[in-house]
Design a protein around this ligand. Structure first.
Ligand code: SF4
Ligand code: SF4
Ligand code: SF4
Length: 378
């Protein structure tokens, strides 16, 4: 696999990476770039859509804050012929969600260029904001400062439990490799497709030199996977306690106000018309009063359990474990702790990993005679 080395000056790896990516814009290899940038006050990081190099004002392609799963925006930018090729800098869980959305015909892969980036994990937005404010007060860059420190305890639990924190082979066009390396000195960009190889040629013409990604990346990934495995034992136990029986499930979900934030933040919940917004799902006053009459009392809003079970049913095979549903919940309900382990169990049944391989068909999309022959079981 061919790759180039990006030399980092003054420790500013984000500026160095953005500068290399802007070559793709300058040379017309892509027409637009979806890339995270720091907000003007410096306490948040948002996705931005950049069409000119000057738009890269405060790029943070490597950062510790994920406010949204960017695959959602790619869906919004996708149509049969949008008239522009859009490149997107994506974390591994965003990249995997994008691959799933391509399979679900929600993203037009031909008009996209995926740039996968190794991920250090991300913090809860409020925790990030607090730390960023402290670091900013001392005149330093929160992204650089926080990436430089290995603080797993400050990360979101879904990130600590994440087993795929690097872009999987063959899913992106380019991969930015930096785990286990020294991003304050150098980054590496690898080509993972023909389109990626073309982009790499443009980078070498622009003066970037070819180089091999150091072996340290692979060994660091293995070490981190061992830490993840250790963390997952307690995490899965917590999932069993919170959701392992009907009583536990009802109790954990009891604070749900059915605001639909979890659905709206989920990259895989893509339906333009959700069944829960459909008119036929709106109970008439007469029906609601009848239900209350039958039981003596009715919890309002109604059908929170039905909402979660329906969503689980719709997306268990494609949940990529990004945890955005949980971050969006105003009631702090650990919805990701319900969806991720349960999704993984369903995915194991089909030997399927969402976003692992663009050629792998979606489970349940095709009928297989020799599938799920056992009823019941574990
Ligand atoms: S879930 Fe994984 S890929 Fe996504 S932000 Fe967390 S560590 Fe990164
Ligand atoms: S975000 Fe939280 S409160 Fe809102 S519907 Fe989802 S679980 Fe319920
Ligand atoms: S259910 Fe939650 S963890 Fe799974 S893809 Fe959707 S937002 Fe991410």
């Amino acid at each position: 696999m061919s790759s180039v080395r990006v030399e980092v000056m003054d420790g500013d790896f984000n500026r160095a990476l953005a500068s290399s990516l802007s070559v793709l814009l300058d040379k017309g290899i892509v027409d637009a770039l979806v890339i995270p940038q720091e907000s003007p006050h410096g306490l948040a990081i948002h996705q931005t859509l950049v069409r000119k190099r000057e738009g890269l004002k405060s790029p943070r392609p490597i950062n510790l804050l994920m406010a949204n799963n960017a695959a959602r925006f790619l869906q919004e930018l996708s149509e049969a012929d949008p008239g522009a090729r859009v490149a997107a800098v994506l974390r591994p869980c965003e990249l995997r969600a994008a691959v799933e959305l391509v399979k679900l015909n929600q993203i037009n892969r031909a008009s996209m260029f995926f740039i996968g980036v190794d991920c250090h994990g991300t913090m809860k937005p409020r925790a990030y904001e607090k730390r960023a404010a402290e670091i900013k007060r001392e005149g330093r860059d929160p992204s650089a400062e926080l990436i430089g420190k290995d603080e797993p305890e400050s990360q979101r639990e879904t990130c600590r439990a994440c087993e795929r924190f690097w872009p999987l082979e063959g899913t992106a066009d380019l991969v930015v490799a930096h785990i286990g390396l020294d991003p304050f000195k150098e980054l590496f960009i690898e080509a993972h497709s023909d389109a990626g190889a073309g982009a790499l040629r443009a980078l070498t013409e622009a003066g970037y030199r070819e180089a091999v990604v150091p072996e340290a990346r692979r060994s660091t990934i293995q070490e981190r996977l061992a830490r993840v495995a250790e963390f997952r034992k307690g995490w899965l136990e917590e999932a069993r306690n919170k959701f392992g029986s009907l009583d536990a499930l009802l109790s954990t979900l009891s604070g749900c106000v059915r605001c639909y934030n979890c659905r709206d933040a989920c990259p895989i919940c893509y339906c333009k018309e959700c069944v829960f917004d459909a008119e036929f799902m709106e109970p008439s006053p007469r029906h609601t009063l009848r239900r209350a009459g039958r039981k003596g009392l009715l919890r309002l809003p109604q059908d929170t359990l039905l909402f979660h079970l329906t969503r689980l049913n719709h997306m268990a095979t494609s949940c990529v474990g990004c945890g955005m549903c949980e971050e969006a919940c105003p009631q702090e309900i650990p919805v990701a702790l319900l969806f991720i382990p349960l999704g993984e169990r369903v995915q194991r049944l089909f030997d399927y990993v969402p976003g692992r391989d663009p050629r792998e068909p979606l489970p349940l999309a095709t009928f297989k005679e020799k599938e799920l022959e056992e009823v019941g079981g574990e």
